[in-house]
Ligand binder design. Sequence first.
Ligand code: ADP
Ligand code: MG
Length: 238
Amino acid sequence: MGRIILEQVTKSFGDVNVIPPLDLEIEDGEFVVFVGPSGCGKSTLLRLIAGLEDVSSGQISIDGRAATELPPAKRGLAMVFQSYALYPHMSVRKNISFPLKMAGLDQAEQNKRVEAAAKVLNLTDYLDRRPGQLSGGQRQRVAIGRAIVREPAAFLFDEPLSNLDAALRVNMRLEISELHNSLETTMIYVTHDQVEAMTMADKIVVLRAGHIEQVGTPLDLYRNPRNLFVAGFIGSPK
Ligand code: ADP
Ligand code: MG
């Protein structure tokens, strides 16, 4: 589960084309990082996959199913928002179980999934607190917990660490990598941070003005950047 294929996907806002025809294959269980400068279309691409934006043309399939016409909730993906998207008046438990409640799961199943996610994320002792009583890192873990309980085919992260301080960012980077190792679920991770890309990715997709400059493992891109733009982004001279 978690194989995502984009075929000739385009996106325009009005007359402005933001994503020219783009093809991409993401394998089951891969940790894929979209990297590129601000405004290059990373968030747009993620939102197209999530179904939060409609493609202008082209096809997206998820595990062999045509996803392009499906609403976000039917795609089986979970977008992880930054921690400030938590509900401040709800406990951690309620924040994490919220999507399950919306989906109509019974209370026992909700509790089971929340407790399993809390265990993975070291939040077991914090389930009765409110987000305001947690550290930044704990809040970010709650946001991830809300995605985990849905048991998605893939997780989509849009710069999840950008509002954390530097030390915490390093920590969360490791935690998300460990989470990927234990869940073995596809993760698509958007960042403009080269270090995050190089240290977390199985596969890096380098974007520039909506098109893919190069796709490869961190080592591929480091050793054989196709051009100066990629080299500049990955940090090795060519
Ligand atoms: P990134 O996430 O890489 O910074 P975005 O995907 O947010 O880039 O944006 C890519 C381009 O699309 C930018 O030029 C941005 O202004 C434009 N864009 C994004 N969303 C919209 C929108 N809803 N309406 C019009 N233009 C948009
Ligand atoms: Mg963005």
